[in-house]
Design a protein around this ligand. Structure first.
Ligand SMILES: C[C@H](O)[C@@H](O)[C@@H](O)C(=O)CO
Ligand SMILES: [Mn+2]
Length: 593
């Protein structure tokens, strides 16, 4: 079931076949093969990509080949009407760069230059890229490794990979644009990431910032501004599917059965209301609440919670865990991106992770680096296997999506899948693997925190956008694996941390250099208290997207062959990539700046 109630249709990919405009032989000889190349690229992308909300991806091909500026303008006009958010120029031949390139500064662009010898497509590619670079309009270069014959319009595997990497990241850029980030509350416990930096959202992501006070949730609860029928259905589902876990509070802090039952009702209402605040709900209009029915067009949101709310009301764990999962009482659906503690920068990271992978994300505190020696001291046991160099404990009070249990499978292995591939059976397994423990002392108003341990063996990427004064946003990421520790070791470490919270044990892939010299050094170089975790090794996608937004990448462990950035980046220093990335991002400035 698709449930994207956000306003605006999904962006399309514009395909621009460019051609040598000389008539009387040359152009005519190229028309068919050029248009065929455009159609092939369009069909390939439509077959292999989907939007994170489940909708198919649409490609729009220019009405004619583009031989000069008039046809370039006709294509731009068609694309604007069709909601094109990124463009790919394709050609097997020589064309006139300044007259044919896409000059819209806000649209991510790529050029596919055919690697053949009969016609100079690659010469056009190089000349067009130099035009882009000279004019400050960065473009990605797609040039196949092996020479093909002029009539061969098939897409080589390396070309396919680059097309997908560019298109997925470009779609993410275009999908965020014009949407909102909704802060429910403000700064939680003095965490700087909660400050909604409007310049960042507006200039780098093209997004608006919206704000409501947390009392808006109280108002809607007290005045019945939610769908009562859905509330009853949700509460019934919760009673049947959400097992209460151990109450580890000391007797004087334990809440009574009546209080807990009321807390369940409150957290379910909070969930409905937060979702309606983000994305609206037509049912509210039927109930006479027209303004509320519209929502804030929020593609991502955050809930402050601590402390004003949680000192008095049940905590946000249930709301955050269910909204960020790929299912609820209405069935299997796209995950909502909601950040705990209203950490706006973690929300932005979750949002890009979701748009790039189509999957639910894990919000977590980067809580502890457990060295092999410390584990030995505390448990008497040696860490082994990929955990031998130590592990990072990712845990927060319980806002992580239930997909993070790892109870879904892909090719027989634990996975977090796009919602359209998740089965009812897998939803059951995620729910069965989760216990809802009465919240502990931090949360004076009660609530329930999830408790589960992520299954081992999932390839994952941990990421975070940080704001650095004088630089702006920077992205850091670490690809690695989830691991599980032997039960006795896990229990000792979990007990001394917080037994009522979910745990993801993470081991980054080490490269032997920089921050990736050791697991400790990855932890030591993390830029904040939070991270967002995506399923899969998707650092290359994050890096491509960051370059489109002009966010430099401060730390990553992605092999060079997988890195794909606009061609201008090599002009900032091909010998030293991190510095070149910083210089390029700073020179071009934010995409919407
Ligand atoms: C419950 C505690 O206040 C935690 O929520 C706190 O340590 C954090 O999560 C900080 O990010
Ligand atoms: Mn936290």
């Amino acid at each position: 079931m698709t449930r994207n109630r956000l306003i605006g249709s999904m962006p399309a990919i514009g395909i621009r076949p460019t051609i040598d405009g000389r008539r009387g032989g040359i152009r005519e000889s190229l028309e068919d093969v050029t248009m065929e190349m455009a159609r092939k690229v369009a069909a390939f992308l439509e077959q292999n990509l989907r939007h994170a909300n489940g909708e198919p991806v649409r490609c729009v091909v220019a009405d004619s080949c583009i031989g000069g500026v008039a046809e370039a303008a006709q294509a731009a006009e068609k694309f604007a009407r069709a909601g094109v958010g990124l463009s790919i120029t394709v050609t097997p031949s020589w064309c006139y760069p300044l007259e044919t390139i896409d000059t819209d500064p806000c649209i991510p662009k790529a050029i596919l230059g055919f690697n053949g010898t009969e016609r100079p497509g690659a010469v056009y590619l190089a000349a067009a890229l130099s035009a882009h670079n000279q004019k400050g309009l960065p473009a990605f270069s797609i040039y196949g490794k092996d020479v093909q014959d002029i009539g061969d319009t098939s897409l080589a595997p390396d070309v396919q990979a680059k097309l997908l990497q560019f298109a997925k990241a470009g779609l993410a850029v275009a999908t965020m644009k014009g949407k909102s980030y909704l802060s429910i509350g403000s700064v939680s416990m003095g965490i700087a990431g909660c400050i909604a930096d409007e310049g960042f959202f507006q200039k780098y992501l093209g997004m608006r910032n919206e704000y409501v006070d947390m009392t808006e949730i109280v108002r809607r609860m007290d005045r019945g501004i939610y769908d009562q029928e859905e509330f009853e259905k949700a509460l019934k589902w919760v009673k049947e599917n959400c097992k209460e876990g151990a109450d580890v509070n000391p007797p004087q802090l334990k809440r009574t059965r009546e209080q807990k039952d009321r807390d369940w009702e409150t957290v379910v209402k909070m969930t409905l209301i937060a979702r309606d605040l983000m994305a609206g709900n037509p049912k509210l209009a039927e109930l006479g609440f027209g303004e509320e029915s519209l929502g804030h067009n929020a593609i991502a949101a955050g809930f402050q919670g601590q402390r004003m709310w949680t000192d008095h009301y049940p905590n946000g764990d249930f709301m955050e865990a269910i909204l960020t999962s790929s299912f609820d009482w209405n069935g299997i659906r796209e995950a909502y991106m909601m950040s705990t503690e209203n950490d706006t920068l973690n929300a932005a990271t979750m949002l890009i992770g979701h748009l790039l992978t189509d999957r639910a994300q894990i919000f977590a505190d980067v809580r502890t680096y457990w060295s092999p020696d410390a584990v030995k001291r505390v448990t008497g046991k040696e860490l082994t296997g990929i955990a031998a160099g130590g592990v990072i404990h990712l845990t927060n009070s319980g806002p992580a999506s239930l997909d993070a249990t790892g109870q879904q499978t892909e090719n027989g292995q634990p996975a977090m899948k796009p919602f359209w591939d998740i089965t009812e059976e897998e939803v059951k397994r995620c729910l069965e693997a989760t216990q809802w423990c009465p919240a502990v002392d931090f949360f004076r108003g009660g609530g329930f925190s999830t408790d589960f341990t992520t299954r081992a063996g999932m390839p994952v990427t941990m990421a975070r956008i940080n704001l650095i004064d004088g630089v702006g946003p920077v992205l850091q990421l670490a690809e690695g694996y989830t691991v599980e520790l032997p039960e006795d070791v896990h229990d000792i470490l979990d007990q001394r941390t917080n037994p009522t919270w979910p745990t993801t044990w993470f081991v980054p892939n080490l490269t032997g250099t920089g921050a990736f010299r050791s697991v400790y050094s990855v932890m030591n170089n993390w830029g904040s208290n939070h991270c967002a975790v995506s399923y899969g090794h998707v650092g290359h996608l994050l890096i491509t997207l960051a370059s489109m937004l002009r966010i430099p990448v401060s730390m990553h462990n992605v092999a060079e062959e997988r890195i794909f950035r606009p061609s201008a980046w090599s002009g900032f220093g091909e010998m030293e990539h991190v510095g070149a990335d910083y210089r390029a991002c700073s020179s071009f400035g934010p995409l919407y700046g």
